[in-house]
Design a protein around this ligand. Structure first.
Ligand code: UN1
Length: 498
């Protein structure tokens, strides 16, 4: 039975003023309706922002460790409800249950990290150039945060944004992806149960074009955080630029794994399988390219294809299934279209490249794990983000070539190298242009207490996660305290008194 959800505005669960609704469905079984949600309008956004603006007046004054305690309790509740949340997430997003447990765990980690950070949130103290004067900085909240989240991590990414925004003392209006709104609604429920006061957190469901735009454009929103495509990100930056809002963007990727000839090939194989086909390739951090040494090219591809043939595909609620469907029909068409482009460009399709016409997998948006070899640098399948289970293999000769292929993209989120040669590993860490480099690990698997984000068109210079996320959600205030009892003039009183 489909559950009916509402918006949460000013401490109350309410319908949209439009009275209209939309539904979301299970991508593994399109007949199954997961939930029914309010189809909101800019008027609902208006109300949510107003509630958040009022709540900001007191929330900003709550001591940070107290805010942290509430967020810690949110982590506790998520621990208790982990299994139920993971199941719901698999139903609405499609990824396999082991992965949705991981997604919820990332939310829990983020909550506990914030709980600890609530007792730090450090500023700096530094000497003054004048005597008897103290200089220090504190972190202040910005105001109302407008958060727009994607469908591929329906729990982790909302947590990455909502939790540090709240710890910092901001109030929040979140618009989750309309493909996966149920998990985010549960997060709000949990925050309320944990003790977040009314108005501090608000959720408005609906389409990006209608409610997302209204949120961005609202003059009372102080900071926007968005994860999604570079195309939408650029539009968001434009809208936010007009009203000089701070905006943090986490956008596309075309991540690659290099495998050198001396690498542990079995390990590299496990890495690329997990990186390329985990989450059905629908991560910003997914391994979309494999840059393979010519010395191991044929052997490694043979090993890879043998293993890919054995990947069990199906409904992610089955514990034995390794790969679920893609999110919806539209996305499957995008993927299939790229496969056609790859063929037309002259890349060699070695496995996959089709969807299921019959059997259980025909009930949802499944796509076979797909590998192209002999992909040449510059081909569209080598350059453009596909966001699906498609891996492009490119051959390299020298290490320098491998790095050049790796870096020749407009994106720069994640990257990986498998090698036993410590010099090559360290050179890769130094020379790869990306926000994240893994040595002997796949391109996926970021931990919540480390900075997350990328260079070039992957974003606009911010980093979520770790301490760096607090740069996004706080303003720094510099405080000078002169306890000399006299007027001291900086830059003017330059003499050193005895
Ligand atoms: C994303 O791909 O949008 O590192 C986020 C990872 C996850 C987060 C990915 N922890 O793959």
């Amino acid at each position: 039975m489909a559950e009916v959800y509402k918006n949460f505005i000013g401490g109350e669960w309410v319908d949209s003023e439009s009275k209209r609704t939309f539904e979301n469905r299970n991508p593994a079984n399109w007949d199954e309706i997961v939930g029914i949600f309010p189809k909101s309008t800019p008027k609902d956004i208006e109300k949510a922002v107003e509630a958040a603006k009022n709540a900001f007046k007191f929330w900003k004054k709550v001591p940070v460790p107290k805010r942290g305690e509430i967020l810690g309790r949110c982590g506790d509740i998520m621990v208790e409800r982990k299994e139920e949340l993971a199941k719901l997430e698999t139903r609405e997003m499609g990824k396999v249950i082991k992965e949705t447990r991981g997604d919820v765990q990332e939310g829990i980690d983020t909550a506990y990290y914030a709980f600890g950070e609530g007792r730090r949130l450090f500023g700096i103290t530094t000497p003054s150039e004048l005597s008897n004067k103290l200089c220090y900085t504190v972190r202040k909240p910005i105001g109302v945060a407008g958060l727009i989240t994607p469908w591929n991590f329906p729990m982790a990414i909302p947590c990455w944004k909502v939790i540090p925004a709240l710890l910092s003392g901001n109030t929040v209006v979140i618009k989750p992806a309309s493909a996966t709104p149920a998990t985010s609604a549960k997060l709000i429920e949990i925050l309320v149960e944990a003790g977040i006061p009314e108005g501090v957190v608000n959720i408005v469901h609906g389409a990006g074009r209608e409610v997302g735009e209204a949120l961005l454009a609202h003059p009372d929103i102080g900071v926007v955080s968005f994860t999604g495509s570079s195309e939408v990100g650029s539009r968001i930056a434009e809208v936010c630029g007009k009203t000089l809002k701070r905006v943090s963007l986490e956008l596309g990727g075309k991540n690659a794994q290099i495998v050198t000839s001396d690498a542990d090939l079995d390990l590299a194989l496990e890495g690329v399988l997990w990186g390329a086909f985990g989450t059905t390739g629908q991560r910003c951090t997914a391994t979309s390219r494999l840059i393979l040494s010519e010395k191991v090219y044929d052997t490694f591809i043979e090993m890879l294809v043998e293993r890919v043939k054995k990947i069990k595909i199906g409904n992610g609620l089955d514990e034995t299934v390794e790969m679920g469907p893609v999110i919806n029909k539209g996305q499957r068409e995008v993927i299939h279209n790229y496969v056609q482009i790859g063929k037309d460009e002259g890349a060699k399709l070695v496995i996959g490249g089709e969807f299921y016409e019959e059997g259980e997998c025909a009930d949802g948006w499944f796509y076979k794990p797909t590998i192209f070899k002999d992909v040449k640098p510059g081909m569209r399948i080598e350059q453009e983000e596909i966001f699906g289970p498609v891996l492009s293999i490119i051959k390299f000769n020298t290490f320098e070539d491998a790095i050049e292929i790796m870096n020749d993209t407009i994106y720069g989120l994640s990257s990986s190298i498998y090698t036993k040669n410590v010099n090559l590993a360290m050179r890769a860490a130094e020379e790869i242009e990306a926000g994240i480099t893994y040595i002997n690990g796949p391109t996926i698997g970021a931990e919540c207490h480390l900075p997350f984000g990328g260079v070039k068109n992957t974003g606009n210079g911010h980093r979520e996660g770790g301490l760096t996320v607090y740069e996004i959600f706080t303003e720094i205030k510099t405080i000078y305290v002169d306890y000399s009892g006299k007027l001291q003039k900086a830059q003017i009183d330059t003499s050193v008194e005895k």
